[in-house]
Design a protein around this ligand. Structure first.
Ligand SMILES: [Zn+2]
Length: 118
């Protein structure tokens, strides 16, 4: 390989390095744009999440106060609901025959219970 060819190759490499350097600069610019946008989206996401939490909190507070404030388990109507379901399923809930099957007949004593509690 002559001196001339070596010189040409080095010039080519210099040119390529120059182009790469330019591309690197472009990419760096794009990267900083992306980082900026990413940061902006992260802040926006954070704010929206906060907003959503406030919103859902307000909603659950609203529904909590609507339901007479008592938690389940200690709900006064729960026992009644269970008995009503038992009656619907065909069992006596009256004192006389509690727990025995009704055989599809209405029982006045059971119905009396409903009247008392309604
Ligand atoms: Zn009954």
């Amino acid at each position: 390989m002559g001196n001339r060819e070596i010189f040409d190759q080095v010039s080519d490499m210099e040119k390529q390095i120059g182009e790469l350097y330019e591309q690197l600069g472009d990419l760096k610019g794009k990267l900083s744009d992306l980082l900026e946008e990413n940061h902006r989206l992260a802040v926006e996401n954070h704010n929206l999440r906060h907003h959503l939490e406030d919103h859902t909190e307000a909603i659950s507070e609203k529904t909590a106060t609507k339901g007479s404030g008592s938690s389940k388990g200690s709900h006064p109507g729960e026992g009644y609901d269970n008995l009503a379901r038992l009656y619907e399923e065909g069992f006596h809930i009256c004192n006389l025959e509690f727990g025995s099957p009704r055989r599809n007949e209405d029982c006045i004593f059971c119905l009396d219970f409903f009247d008392k509690t309604k």
